[in-house]
Write a protein that binds this ligand. Sequence first.
Ligand code: ADP
Ligand code: MG
Length: 144
Amino acid sequence: MKYITDSYEETEKVAAEFARGLKGGEVIAMYGDLGAGKTAFVRGMARALGIQDHITSPTFTILNVYEGGRLPLYHFDVYRIADPDEMYEIGYEDYIGSDGVAVIEWAELIDDILPDEYIRIDIRRDSLDDDDHREISIGRVRRG
Ligand code: ADP
Ligand code: MG
């Protein structure tokens, strides 16, 4: 599934629509450069799940847990992970495949430990002249 957005708000809307279809247990791997809109997308998801908290990238804490919504949301930002083993230390396995929704920014850095099935979301900033233009693709991955 492909979406084009031309503002931050549109990206939140696409994310909100996506989140309405979540049942719990999903792992969502997010890809895209710094400033692509990964956290913007997670904000849209959180809002649609009824989470009231302000969402920021857990760049230093690696994981933020939000439990006030329709489903628990486990928001990972693994940018600063040096070794996938660090993920186990913060309880990665307890969150992956639980009843909540796990969303992982910079998922390419922990590719080896992603589950066999996950949802892949790519956000691309394509044109150099229009800074608000984004291409978002959402697809299912099955491997192993
Ligand atoms: P990331 O988490 O991928 O590093 P953020 O979501 O933190 O990115 O930041 C995205 C930045 O891009 C924000 O400053 C946001 O306002 C801006 N932006 C501009 N256009 C868009 C768009 N179409 N979708 C999402 N963010 C956008
Ligand atoms: Mg971010």
